[in-house]
Design a protein around this ligand. Sequence first.
Ligand SMILES: NC(=O)c1ccc[n+]([C@@H]2O[C@H](COP(=O)([O-])OP(=O)(O)OC[C@H]3O[C@@H](n4cnc5c(N)ncnc54)[C@H](OP(=O)(O)O)[C@@H]3O)[C@@H](O)[C@H]2O)c1
Length: 282
Amino acid sequence: MSHPQVWFITGAARGIGRALTLAALDAGHAVFATVRGEHALPEHERLAVHVLDVRHHDDARAAVRAAVERFGRLDVLVNNAGYGLIGAAEEVTEAEARAIIDTDLLGALWLSQAAIGPMREQGSGRIVQVSTTGAVGSMPTLGLYNAAKWGLEGFSEALAAEVRAFGIGVTIAEPGGVDTEWGTGSMRFATPLPAYDELRTGVFGTAEVPWPSDGGTGGGTAPEAVAAALLAHVADADAESPLRLLVGDDAPGQVAAALRMRLADYGRDARFAEAWAAHDED
Ligand SMILES: NC(=O)c1ccc[n+]([C@@H]2O[C@H](COP(=O)([O-])OP(=O)(O)OC[C@H]3O[C@@H](n4cnc5c(N)ncnc54)[C@H](OP(=O)(O)O)[C@@H]3O)[C@@H](O)[C@H]2O)c1
């Protein structure tokens, strides 16, 4: 997929979405970028900026229709919009739990559903789900974020097998830490219970939440590097490409550690160890 493409990118006002929008324009592509409100994206003849809250099913479908009307086709959908929530399972309210599932999981589902029709008609397309290494493992107090992204990966893995015959590819991108406002200004916090103070101190070095919201996460992969990795992947991707894309230098180690822990846990069941060994011999 190297000819000029039409990209649809959610959460394009900031962070990874903004960096990817600018990189795709630089690469000669057209971009239908969705934002929720204020943004500082440049005026550009190949850029359309559209207001969308991904939680809203009908608006998501209308946005995909608008993109196809504007640019005549849809080559790449990037479900990037999302946020994190700090709160132990006991601390999270019903509204907080529903909101993060609506955004990080169902938002991506509504847009993926909407994109399949035009991509199937073209006989080509790629859906990129911006997941996280936290969709392989989990972290205490990030459980609802983990749940939303695990859900995203669950339906996306099935989706990949459902749409392959239509010429549509699916990529699950798993960044490690990225230097955006995800962990600071964008982070949401459940009301803390003192019972989890010690746990929070162990995980974050402080029991105090919310934590200061200025600046980026610091220390992670630059969003521009994430954008470059996604662009390069889409340019090269074909039916044989791996479903999961590790993004950033820290991602392989985080995923390896999470999978190792899971295997060790299953391995405590002797039947699993036998089944695993039998599979190895095949
Ligand atoms: N940063 C990391 O360390 C990291 C690591 C792994 C995965 N990720 C994932 O990468 C994606 C992008 O995050 P980021 O790091 O670029 O964070 P970010 O700078 O906070 O950007 C997140 C974007 O998502 C948008 N958004 C949030 N809720 C939305 C909704 N309901 N409808 C539409 N847009 C919504 C935000 O819109 P507004 O601008 O209007 O607020 C913002 O533009 C997320 O899915 C995140 O989970 C991030």
